[in-house]
Structures are given as C-alpha cells and as structure tokens.
Design a protein around this ligand. Structure first.
Ligand code: BMA
Length: 816
C-alpha cells in the first residue's frame, strides 16, 4: 500500500542567486506551501496588496528576481529500507532546480506537470534538506524567444515559450503577476514494488438499460508472481465486481451493468455517481488500491443532421441546449483559491440554470476539486488544452515537454463524467487567419492540435469528443470556408459585438450553430471596488479606476454602449448601476436570441463567469464572489421555459420555448403599461400548450392597436403554480429615450432572512443596495400589486436597518 507523508510544513524562503534589486531579507522567512512568492511576501508585509490601486506597477521586480525555498525533514519511521521512496511535487511554478541534501534531483520547466523523483539513495534518516531554487520566468521565456524567434502572439509575446498559465503575464481582464512557487502539494510516497500507475474509465455504450463499461489499468511493471486485479462498482443500491488474474502491465476489464443509474447534466436528470474501487492483490496482500467517483453516461458531439452541419451535444443519446460560462483562473495567485470558493462559484452556475462550463486555454488544467464538483452538480466541462491566442513553438524540446503535459492531464481528468469535450486551444487558428490572412495550416503550433493531441487522446482511451480549437470550422463537406470562426459549420466566438464596437441589438443577425464565447463588460460591484480603490480613485474617469480595466479602450466601449441604450450618468454609484444594467441587457438580448434560434443554435457559453482580481470585465460574478446584475438576467433567460417578443413589420409576436421533457401549458399574464403615468392600459391572460422540446408562436399583437407605442412597455410573465417563473418585456422605444413614472417602492422586513418589496407603479430593473447585506435578486421588474420576497444572503450579527437600503431603478434616471 502507499504511504504518503505531506511535506508542506516548515518551509522558508529567501532571495535567490540573481537579484537585480537592492531587496534583501536578513533571515529566512516562513513560507506557505502550496503558495507563491507574492503571497509569501505579502504575508510578511514586504509588499503592499498587489490588487490595491495600481500597486501592480511597482511589483514587476519580484518576477525578475530568483527565489529559494527550503525545508528540513526526517525520513518517516515506518518507511521500509527495501522499497524506493519518491518525492512528489504536484506542481511547481515554473522554472526551478530541486536539490536534496545538496544533490540536484532535477529541473522543472512546466507548471502543468507533476514531478516525481526517486530519492531512495539520497534520503537520510534525519535532517534532509530539500531546496527549490526558482529562476525568473520572464528571463527564461525571453531567453528562448531570443533563441528561437518571436512568434505572432496576442498580448505579451514571450509567454508562449514557457509552460506557465498564460494569463499570469497579463490578459485583457487580468494583471501581470507571473509568479513563482510550489503551487500544489508536495509529499513523500512509498509504494510496493508493483503499483497502479494509471487507469481510465469509459462508458462504451448504453442500450436497453444495459451499460457496457471499460476500465483500463496500467501497472508500473510486470511481475513474475501472479497478481489479481479487482474492480468494484458500488452505489447505495447496486454492487458489481469483477476480478482477473494478471501479470501484465496493461489490463482491460469490461463490466456489464443492468439498469444502471445514469449521470445527467443539470436540468436533464440526476447526477448519479458510483464509487469505483480498484484493488491490486496478491494472495491476501493488498499492493495498491485506488478509489474514484465515476458516472455512467455517453457523450456525443453531433456535427451533421439531415445532411446539414450542426453542433450539438447528446448526453445518453438525448439532446441538450448548452447553457454555460467560460471559466478563468479564480485568482492571480492560484493556491489562494479555496474549495469553498470553487464550490461557491460552481453552485452559482447551477443556481443560474447552467449545464456547461468551459475551462479556457489561457489558464490551467483545474484542480481535482473543480471536476469533482462539476460531476456532483451536473456541469459538463469543455476542457481546453492550455494554449491561447497565439502561435506556439514547435522545437523538439517544447514538443517533448507538452507531450508529457497532455498525457498527465488527460490521465488525471479523463474519467470524470462531466468531461464532455477536449479542445486543442483558444482562438489560435482564428487569430492566425485574421492577422496573417493565410490558411491556419501554416500556423506554428498547428501540428500540436491537429496531430499530437488527438493521437495521445486515442492512446489514452478518452471517450470525450475532441475539437481542434475554439472557434473552429470543420468546413468540408459543407463548404470550403476556411475562416475558423464561421456560420457554415463548427462553433463560433461572437466578438463583433463589444470588441469590434458593434452594439448588442445586432445579435439578431447572428446564426451561429454554437457559441463558445461572447460577452459584454460591466464594472465589479461597488463594495468590491471600494475595497481595492482608495477614495480619491472612485471616479469613472480616474486613471487608477481605468487601470482596473485591462482591455485597451474597454472603458470607452462602456460609455459608447451606455450612450446607445441607457442614460449616461457619471456619478460613481449611478455609473456602476447603469453600466452593470447595460451589461445585463446585453447578455439577455444575446442569450435570448440564441435560445430562440434553437434548433439551429444549440448552445451559448458566456464570456466569463468569474474574475481573478477586482476589475471591470466581462464577468457576471466579481472577484469577491458577488454576482453582478447581469448574473440575475442570465439566470432568468437560462430558464428551461421562456417566452420572447419579436417584432415583425407591424406585428409583435410572442413565442414560447419549452426545453423540458414534458408537454407544458404556458400561462401568460400580459400587461401593457403607459410609461409616463405608470397606468395599466390592458391586461390579458393567455394559455398555450407546448410539446416537450418545442417552440411556437403563442400570441400576436397588432402594434397599430396599441396607441402611443413609444410611451408603452409590455411585460409578459410566465406563471407557474401561481408564481412568476419567468418574465420578459418589450419596448418599442429605446430605454434611454423613455420617460418613466416615478414609483414609490416600499420595503418590508418579513423575518431576519427575508424582506419584501412592493410598488405603486411599474418599476424597471430594481436593485437594492446595502453596505453590508446582499439580496437574492437584482435588477428585477416590479409591478403594482406584487409583493416580491427577497432572501437576505449575508450572515451578519447586526440587524438589517431598512433605511440603510438604497433603492436603484431605471425609473430613477428617466423620471419626468
Ligand atoms: C477571447 C478570450 C480571451 C479574452 C476574451 C475577451 O478572446 O478567448 O482571450 O479575454 O475574448 O477579449
């Protein structure tokens, strides 16, 4: 059996050999492992908070300096002298030499690799000195760029020469902190002479309530003696086992399961998991064992339907509409991301009716906890390999390095039921095609995604789909279109809107088959910014505030689109509310268009769910884990049943979409309001029956019949069990031109967990702000006669005083 001893205690750090600054530490200082140099310096108050104001500017020296980490440990007493001892680093960021008792064990050159050293001949009983000497990643990458030549790369160019999370060099939403450190656990491990080196698990097929499963087990070596391998699969009700005798290195075991409990993504069924246990036995001795949670499910990416291109996922043979988000690293300093933070963010995705999350290629292969949570919660994972927005080197050394990276990470993640698709990279082909105006086949790095990765995936028995890049167009047989970001086939990134300065209303012309990126910026929440910006910087055209938006002309776009749609106000609180509201309206408009464009469109994945620091970005949840207004709009439009208005000539049509497995009666309360007076002009109740997975026109209105349409807002509520399940609206006039009546909004304290609100006139996009408390909904439409309950989301020991709540609504800015 394995004996694992954690080595994260008692580390110290100091400046390393090369130090271009005058910075000195007299005594070795305590370090946190896993950790980074930045967080260790911060812990000792040797630097100011890197996220505060523009402190980033003054911290570059940290990454041009070398650093040394060391610890002293004793050999574990119960380790046998007859078996090897391994020293395992699950992650080193990035360029380092590792010494044990002054002997060089090896070098690390890839942050995405696990490094393992046989230290049997070097380890002493007592006082082993382990030292890790970090070299500047910037100098390393620059050195290789000088040697091999500059490649066409977006953002910092030398980053492509180092296997380190690419966002750490700075991105259009993230600061540049290319940090160093032992960023994942380090431990000693002793194993028996024969052990399980790796395994894979796949669902080969499911038919007639029978599942055929395949487990592949690789041992580290072959043996003379006969061993047996036992595979157990257990859930609360079922238990399956199979045992084989073996002395081979590679072993394959097939299991047939009757009436399996299938794993489904969120909204489609339960997330049934089984405990998989593999035991390697000889007579009565257990040499090694492994335990994982697996799920039984098949995943297919369908690219063709009725001889036309499509892009849709079938889970256990059943279609889904992919509703999801792009995920970026949850901090600039990865070891700080707690399990609670992962859980908080992913649960928010589920709460917003999502079923998909894309791990974007400029970050890192996420921690195990991320995929375990996705399995448990039902979030399908689109997993990029870690290459983004660039051409990549193709020299032998580089290719060898990434081969091991691909192998290790595929082996680590392959078995998760949530893992739906592997993707070669983010935007490399598309950027090449746009910038170089030639075929992406000429792009340096091409063979990584079109040859090397697919081969390794096949060798390693991965059952998930593979797609070379996002976006990518498989062109033939449907067309000879060479643009990787095309409507003709494959998936798309919609960045005309926002990045190319096009307004979100133009989404109506987008006929993407599947959208893996689109987005719209909004500022972080007021409390979040106020924690990281000193008072004099809380101003919409302040340099330090703009420094917390990393896109070139990001802030300019916010103002342009605000001016196009909503009133422009530059006072701090007003600006944050209105800019967040505009982001919310933008995402709602786009998502609604693609949902209603089903079955041509089969998925829309928002750029981006989270942030790695306090910033104005495309995220829908800020770095303090506080949802922006957009988050609530997304949650609403990702409902499985929606209703949508569309104007065609003089008619206004209301269409229903039922993406549930049951036929459903849509009960709709349709109310027409006069804007200036807030008067209810008409109210109708509409009922329609919609088959499972169908869409149909429910109601038609003649616009000519509505007088003064420019002074009118129509609100349609989908009623379920006497509650509003979903609400939508139509306004002929742009919001910015409207004049709205001023509502009297009242807040009542219900109990210590709930408040309620009501109004005497229609109130649009109500948001309640309290300096201490958060509420369960933001940006909602409140109609007269309604009593809307909101949950208090924060646990504070002091009572909530309702007079401290500031009420925002669009009516406040558009009053007569
Ligand atoms: C796409 C992404 C990211 C980027 C985002 C916003 O290009 O893949 O690289 O952050 O758009 O510009």
């Amino acid at each position: 059996m394995r004996k694992k001893i954690d080595l994260s205690a008692d580390w110290k750090f100091n400046v390393g050999k090369e130090n271009p600054t005058s910075f000195k530490i007299n005594d070795w200082l305590s370090a946190n492992i896993p950790g980074t140099i930045h967080t260790d310096l911060l812990k000792h108050k040797l630097i100011d908070d890197p996220f505060y104001n523009d402190n980033e500017k003054r911290l570059e020296w940290i990454c041009t300096t070398d650093w040394t980490y060391k610890t002293v440990f004793n050999k574990p007493k119960d380790y046998s002298n007859d078996l090897p001892v391994f020293l395992v680093f699950e992650g080193i960021e990035t360029i380092a030499e590792i010494f044990l008792n002054s002997s060089l064990l090896g070098k690390s050159e890839n942050m995405f690799l696990k490094y393992e050293f046989d230290v049997s001949s070097l380890i002493k009983e007592k006082e082993n000195i382990l030292e890790v000497n970090f070299k500047s990643p910037l100098k390393y990458a620059k050195g290789l760029e000088e040697k091999y030549g500059k490649l066409p790369v977006a953002l910092n160019s030398e980053r492509v020469y180092i296997r380190k999370a690419q966002y750490s060099f700075g991105w259009d939403w993230g600061p540049s902190f290319p940090t160093m450190g032992i960023w994942r656990p380090v431990y000693l491990e002793q194993r028996d002479k024969i052990f399980i080196e790796s395994f894979s698990f796949t669902t080969k097929e499911i038919n007639n309530n029978n599942a055929i499963l395949n487990v592949k087990i690789k041992l580290n070596d072959k043996t003379e003696e006969e061993l047996s391998l036992e595979v157990l699969l257990v859930n609360e009700e079922q238990k399956y086992e199979k045992k084989i005798n073996t002395n081979a290195v590679i072993n394959e075991i097939e299991l047939e399961i009757k009436n399996p409990k299938l794993w489904w993504p969120n909204g489609e069924g339960e997330q049934n998991l089984y405990n998989l246990e593999i035991n390697l036995l000889a007579d009565d001795k257990n040499f090694d064992s492994l335990k994982k949670k697996i799920g039984i499910r098949t995943i297919n990416l369908q690219l063709k339907e009725n001889n036309k291109p499509t892009f849709k996922f079938l889970i256990n043979g059943k279609q889904i509409f992919a509703k999801g988000v792009n995920w970026i690293p949850a901090d600039s300093f990865l070891p700080r991301v707690t399990n609670e933070k992962y859980e908080g963010l992913l649960k928010l995705a589920i709460y917003a009716n999502m079923n998909f999350v894309r791990v974007w290629g400029g970050g890192f292969y996420e921690n195990d906890i991320f995929y375990e949570l996705c399995d448990e919660l039902g979030l399908l994972v689109w997993q990029d390999f870690m290459f983004a927005c660039a051409s990549y080197p193709e020299n032998e050394e580089f290719l060898e390095n990434i081969k091991e990276e691909i192998k290790q990470n595929v082996q680590r993640l392959q078995y998760h039921p949530s893992l739906a698709i592997w993707c070669g990279n983010n935007e490399n082909e598309w950027i090449w095609f746009q910038e170089m105006k030639t075929s992406y086949k000429e792009m340096p790095g091409y063979k990584i995604y079109h040859d090397l990765i697919p081969k390794i995936l096949q060798e390693l028995n991965s059952s998930s789909a593979y797609w070379p890049s996002s976006p990518f167009n498989s062109s033939s047989p449907f067309s000879s279109d060479e643009d990787p970001n095309s409507y003709t086939s494959g998936n798309r990134h919609e960045w005309g809107i926002w990045s190319k300065w096009i307004d979100y209303s133009e989404v109506k012309n987008d006929s993407s088959l599947f959208v893996t990126e689109f987005g719209f910026q909004g500022p972080a929440n007021k409390k979040t910014f106020e924690k990281y910006l000193s008072e004099e910087n809380r101003n919409t055209q302040n340099k330090v505030f703009e420094f917390h938006n990393k896109q070139v002309e990001g802030q300019e776009r916010i103002f342009k689109f605000l001016a196009g749609n909503l009133p422009v106000k530059t006072d701090w609180d007003d600006f944050i509310y209105l800019a967040q509201l505009n982001q919310a309206l933008a995402l709602k408009t786009c998502l609604e268009h693609w949902r209603m464009n089903w079955p041509l469109t089969n998925g829309s994945i928002i750029w981006q769910i989270n942030d790695c620091w306090p910033v104005t970005s495309w995220s829908i949840i800020d770095s303090e884990l506080q949802p922006k207004i957009s988050y609530h709009f997304v949650k609403n439009i990702f409902n499985r049943k929606v209703i949508s208005f569309k104007r065609s000539e003089d008619q206004l049509k209301l269409t229903g979409l039922n993406q549930t497995d049951n036929e459903s009666t849509f009960i709709i309360d349709l109310q027409v309001y006069r804007d200036r007076t807030g008067e209810l002009i008409s109210q109708e109740k509409i009922e329609a029956s919609l088959e499972s997975w169908s869409k149909k026109e429910i109601h038609k209105m003649n616009l000519k019949d509505i007088r003064e349409t420019d002074d009118t807002t129509i609100v349609a509520s989908l009623i379920d069990n006497d509650k509003v399940l979903f609400r939508n609206f139509y306004s002929e006039q742009k919001w910015k031109y409207k004049i709205l009546s001023f509502p009297q909004i009242n807040i009542k304290m219900k109990d210590d967990k709930t408040i309620s609100v009501n109004t005497d006139a229609p109130a649009f996009f109500v948001d309640l702000f309290h300096p201490g408390y958060e509420f369960s909904e933001r940006g909602f439409i409140l109609l007269p006669g309604e009593e809307k309950e909101l949950k208090i989301m924060t646990n504070l020991n002091q009572p909530l005083i309702k007079e401290e709540i500031k009420i925002f609504s669009l009516n406040h800015y558009l009053r007569r």
